[in-house]
Structures are given as C-alpha cells and as structure tokens.
Design a protein around this ligand. Sequence first.
Ligand SMILES: [Ca+2]
Ligand SMILES: [Ca+2]
Length: 230
Amino acid sequence: MAVSTNGDKNVNNRYYFLVPDGSNGIPKKEGGYASSWHTDNASILFYAISNNDERIIEAERSDDEDVYYVDVDVDFTLGFWSNGYNPTVSTVNIQLEYYDAGESALYPDGLESFNEMIYVVDPNVLIISSRYQLQGEWYYYYGNGCYGVTKNGNVNECLRDDHNHYDIGDSNVDGVVNVMDATTIQRHLAQLNWISEENFYLADVDKDSIISIIDATIIQRFVAGMIKEM
Ligand SMILES: [Ca+2]
Ligand SMILES: [Ca+2]
C-alpha cells in the first residue's frame, strides 16, 4: 500500500483514460467499429473500489479532447471506466495498485504505480456479459493525447494513432476523403475490387448497412462541396 510522505491522508493518483472514438468503439457485427462508446449527453465516469469503499467520480477532460482523467485516492485498489449511459459500456475491472513482474507483457519488470499513466482501451477485445466490457492496457502518458511504453518518452514514441482514426467516407483508407473514395465504392460494386469487412463502416456513409451507389454519390457531393458533412 502506498504511504503518504506529507502526513496528508488523501493522496491521489491521477489516471488518464483514452475514450475510444472514430474507428475504435465497440466492434460491429458487420465489421468495423461503432463510432464511439459514449455520446455527447453522457459523462465519462470512473468507479473506484477499495475493500471498504466505493466511489463514482466524474472524469475531467484533459489537454486532448479524447483524453479524460480522474484524481483517485491511493487507497482505491480497483476501478473501471464507464460511459454512464444506457446501454452501459465499461472497461473490465482495472488493477490500480501496481503490476507484479510478469503480470503484463508490456512491462515485464512490473510497475510500481499507474500514477500519471493512461488506460487505453483495446478495441479488438470485447467481453459481453451483463454489460459491454472493454479491455485495455496502461501506458505512460506524454500529454496531448500521446502515450507510449517508454517512461519519460516523447512525441517520437507517440502511439496516439495506434488505433487508426479514419474519416467516414475514406473507403480506400488512405487518410483523405476525395473522389478516389467514390471510385473505390463504384469498383467494389462492379466487383473490380473488394472493400474489406474491416473497412465496411468507412464506405457505408449513409449507415443503411449496405454499400451502394448512394454512398458513392454522397462522397462525390461532399467532395464537390455540395454538402458540408456526410
Ligand atoms: Ca480516401
Ligand atoms: Ca450505405
């Protein structure tokens, strides 16, 4: 158990959290990922648990719009993040004290504390029980949405884009939405190429669960400036 050095009983650790968005929300049946696990009218909550106490803490937005944080009393040994919304999406229970050696593949020597670290959800792991539960891993947080596995790392070690963020409409997955994306859909429909299941959600612009010529037309209209958003 961590011991306060200044006699103050309430010593907090700060835990950061990366909210999945873009292509790293809940995996969808038809492939790809939902846009996000939380909505604008929901809070990001942290449930802190100790042997004799439980507390719900509303997270603050950090220096990056996708990154939230909470300050949690070091006595709390377990916690999980939740969207505070129905349907409830949360992380699995997260160990808050330390990693023993060998407990995490990323930190074979273990970690003494997760203070100032960030918990990042892995969108590829989903456990469905009474709630949607997402698993993640702790990383060192460098600020501005950047994180990595090197202590005192910097922007060069930034894993911010580890979970790819592609805009809806970027059906050829090259990082820009332009007329080539409409062409990619047309070629898909003509069976000249194939948009993978994984990237289906990028091409299904109107979200009717099929890739059709309407999706290509919407992209063309967007690229031509006839519509402001897709
Ligand atoms: Ca593109
Ligand atoms: Ca569609």
